[in-house]
Design a binder for this molecule. Structure first.
Ligand SMILES: [Zn+2]
Length: 219
């Protein structure tokens, strides 16, 4: 069945001359409920897939944008830079940031943060001290010390389970455990602690000043 979209109520190009240069063709799919054949185009429903072919999984490292606080000393140097006295001080401070932050993309002077990119690897799940924090429910957000502005490091991760993706993180010694058994539960969820809705609870500390207050972030 061919479905027809009515013409717009206004002559948009006449109202906004030149806007037609920004037009793009959209093909409306008009999905409707039905019982699709496996070979026909459809959204959802049964999928034709070779029985001996593994389900595809992405193994690429994804770059995600990060926003880090500019260290106070570097920020002071940036603030002192004066065009009348040449930009060498400014350029030196920027070069220092670029050497420390992967994919450095500049400084947001409004927020005082440096922008860059980071390869997102899957951080280890389970209870752990140190290591990288995971951000499964929000985008990564800067955790900065309220005293000195330094990027904080994860001190402790409290997790609702130990294995995350079992194929990747389950210890080899526990491969033999069968789901549904008490032994399996004792290994995969040993503490019985559930953070939020089966998530994470992390504590961050400042690497420069141990007396600074810690920050917590639930995921
Ligand atoms: Zn600090």
């Amino acid at each position: 069945m061919i479905l027809t979209t009515p013409a717009p109520g206004y002559d948009v190009p006449a109202l906004f001359p030149g806007i037609e240069r920004c037009s793009a063709t959209a093909t409306r799919l008009h999905p409707r409920r039905g019982t699709p054949d496996r070979r026909a185009s459809h959204l959802g429903g049964p999928l034709w897939w070779p029985a001996d072919e593994p389900w595809p999984a992405c193994a690429a490292e994804h770059l995600v944008p990060v926003e880090l606080a500019v260290p106070a000393a570097v920020r002071a140097r940036l603030d002192r830079a004066d065009p009348a006295r040449g930009w060498s001080g400014y350029e030196a401070a920027i070069a220092e940031l670029a050497s420390e932050i992967p994919g450095f993309g500049g400084v947001d002077h409004r927020t005082g943060s440096a922008l860059g990119y980071s390869a997102r690897r899957e951080p280890a799940p389970g209870w752990k001290v140190g290591g990288w924090p995971a951000w499964p429910t929000t985008d990564p957000r800067p955790m900065c010390c309220v005293h000195c502005g330094a990027p904080m490091r994860q001190l402790l991760q409290i997790d609702s389970g130990e294995w995350g993706d079992p194929q990747r993180w389950r210890p080899r010694e526990e491969d033999r455990l069968r789901p549904g058994t008490a032994e399996h539960t004792a290994a995969s969820e040993p503490t019985g602690v559930v953070a939020g809705r089966s998530g994470l609870y992390r504590i961050f500390g400042c690497p420069c000043s141990p007396d600074a207050p810690v920050l917590v972030d639930p995921q």
